[in-house]
Ligand binder design. Structure first.
Ligand code: G6P
Length: 481
């Protein structure tokens, strides 16, 4: 039996490594840590655990054009060892574009996109999950804690447990877990759910996802629920819990208060022609995000004369994503057509009513947008959490601004002082946008104050601390500590 150290090694396993290749000031490519709260929260935890290690894919395949003088992946960043999982272009078709984003993503998001089932996709998914499990088994010290992330790697917990029963295994699903009626359509429903059940602790974003998971695995006859948060599987107890993910609140609050960002926001507003109201959407270009429905609602409000193009401007950032998957090509076409129709009908030369950006934004650009937006539109049809809603709230230090939020985002469980909408109800969405545009300053302040309190008290550090507390407790109990 391995000795129980004070701080066991922590190994994070995620589809992507926490680094990306970006040009520096002189245009030379170099690897830097990826932006985002998850990476920045996990980095100190991994460094602290000593021999902390991250297993993932670097985003490249054998099909990529070789880049001259491109630096190789570093062995470690910020004291964290990186373990790279190579994936070929063919394997990527099956594992990433196919099974992960052509089957699981739409199925887990209420079948908003069409779901395809292909046996060779699942074979590819299994092969890559096996590769992740084997590399993790190799990298983990005796008795380490392994934390596996998200829907691309649901077989890894089970495969890893077979090779390394000494490890304590946690799994966190960042996206919704679907109700039984949907999940049972999967031809590989038993294999996939048994994979997740290889974990000692399974984290979800919401209590609804836990209930759905219990419903699925009990119905399949794999488990029995001991209570709402414990499953019995092959004689083992597995804990399930909700850990709603948050953001790095200090980073957003501090940036929003900084002089350069305040100035950038003012500049941006002036460049937009100083409209009375700026509406903003910031999303990955994904059909689950409801970008098209908010554009349709906006167009109807202009047509009805409820909103006037000389007074209101909308900015929609749609970050490119998964562009080899047909459903993503379709949603891009739909959104771009709507933008061009709205601008054709209501814009004037030099003053489009919708500013559409199909590019990733830097942190500074994003902060300037949040600082300028009077109304933030977050209208997904389904979403695990939605951190954009939280980023907007954390950035509004003067307590002005209105968040319009879909009741189908995980964040709606926490952000009850937003204006809630059902994105399937275009009339309801129109009324919500009209209400947001007219909302008196006093009410904006009251709502934002309470939203800001919730976002601050459930930030990413809290999320991490809660998951770590529970997995450490299981780890100690397992080793008889
Ligand atoms: C969602 C998923 C993540 C994923 C991210 C970006 O947030 O939950 O697992 O990494 O989207 O998607 P991509 O396909 O580019 O990794």
């Amino acid at each position: 039996m391995p000795a129980v150290s004070e701080s066991p090694q922590l190994v994070v396993v995620a589809n992507r490594l926490p680094v990306r290749r970006t040009p520096d000031d002189d245009g030379n490519l170099r690897w830097t840590t990826s932006p985002g709260g998850l990476v920045s929260a996990l980095t100190p935890a991994l460094a602290e655990s000593g021999r902390g290690c991250w297993v993932g894919w670097d985003g490249s395949t054998d099909d990529d054009e070789p880049v001259d003088d491109s630096p190789g992946l570093p062995a470690e960043v910020d004291g964290i060892k990186l373990v790279d999982i190579p994936i070929s272009a063919d394997e990527l078709d099956d594992h990433y574009d196919g099974m992960s984003n052509g089957t699981l993503w739409p199925l887990y998001h209420d079948k908003i996109g069409s779901v395809e089932f292909h046996r060779h996709w699942y074979d590819g998914y299994r092969r890559i999950n096996r590769r992740f499990a084997e590399a993790t088994a190799e990298a983990a010290d005796d008795g380490a804690i392994v934390w596996i992330h998200d829907y691309q790697l649901q077989l890894v917990p089970g495969m890893l447990r077979e090779i390394r029963p000494d490890l304590t295994i946690g799994f966190f699903l960042h996206i919704p877990f679907p109700p039984r009626e949907l999940f049972q359509q999967l031809p590989w429903r038993k294999g996939l759910s048994s994979g997740i059940l290889g974990s000692d602790l399974i984290g979800f974003q919401t209590p609804q996802a836990i209930a759905n998971f219990h419903g699925v695995v009990n119905h399949l006859g794999l488990t029995t629920s001991v209570d709402d948060n414990v499953l019995k599987f092959q004689g083992r107890m597995i804990r399930t819990n909700a850990y709603p993910i948050g953001i790095d609140v200090d980073r957003y609050q501090d940036a929003a208060l900084s002089h350069p960002i305040m100035e950038a926001s003012r500049d941006l507003r002036a460049r937009l022609g100083n409209p009375q109201t700026v509406l903003l959407g910031v999303d990955r270009l994904d059909y689950t995000k409801g970008i098209d429905v908010r554009l349709r609602a906006f167009r109807e409000l202009l047509a009805d004369g409820e909103l006037h193009p000389s007074q209101v401007t909308m900015v929609q950032v749609a970050q490119p994503s998964r562009d080899k998957v047909d459903a993503y090509v379709d949603v891009r076409n739909r959104v771009e057509r709507l933008v061009s129709e709205i601008n054709g009908d209501y814009g004037r030369v030099g003053f489009p009513v919708v500013h559409y950006i199909h590019q990733s934004q830097s942190f500074t650009e994003l902060m300037a947008l949040y600082g300028t937006a009077d109304v933030m539109l977050v209208t997904p049809f389904a979403d695990g959490m939605n951190l954009v809603a939280k980023e907007y709230v954390a950035s509004r230090h003067d307590e002005s601004g209105v968040l319009v939020l879909s009741e189908f985002a995980g964040a709606a469980h926490q952000l009850s002082d937003a204006i809630m909408v059902n994105p399937y109800d275009v009339d309801g969405l129109k009324s919500a946008i009209a209400e947001a545009v007219k909302m008196p300053a006093e009410e904006q302040r009251r709502r934002l104050k309470s939203l800001r309190e919730v976002v601050a008290s459930t930030d990413v550090n809290q999320w991490l601390a809660n998951f770590r507390r529970d997995i450490l407790q299981i780890h100690r109990a397992k080793d008889g500590g």
